[in-house]
Every structure is written in C-alpha cells, then in structure tokens.
Design a protein around this ligand. Sequence first.
Ligand SMILES: [Cu+2]
Length: 71
Amino acid sequence: MANKTITIKISGMTCGHCEKSVKNSISELDGVIETKVNLSDSNAEVTFDDSKVSEAKIIAAVNETGIYTAA
Ligand SMILES: [Cu+2]
C-alpha cells in the first residue's frame, strides 16, 4: 500500500456547487484519502491508496458525472 497524490485537470466547473459535486464524485471512491478541488485553477488534487484505486478510475468517476470532464 502506497499513498499517491495527483493533480487532474477538470473542465466544466463554474461555481461552488460544481466544486462540491466533483469533490463528492471523487471522494466516494474506495481508496481515496483526500480530495481538494480548486474551482479557480480548474483542477483537483487527490491523495489515494494506489492498491485500491487508480488515477484512471478517479478520472472515470469525474467523467461519469456527464457534466465535468477530467484529464
Ligand atoms: Cu456550478
């Protein structure tokens, strides 16, 4: 088990509500330890246990909202 911190670019966020929605969609994944979403920088900093979840899964969770796009 190793904790990893990544920053992903998020498109489509326009307000504090968007910020919260993105944060929730990432935080509910098993293995995610901390999520910081920055509306002004259009990104999310995510710390996770890489034995439980991956960067690809985190990106997929954001894209599954159908509103926000992660890369
Ligand atoms: Cu919004």
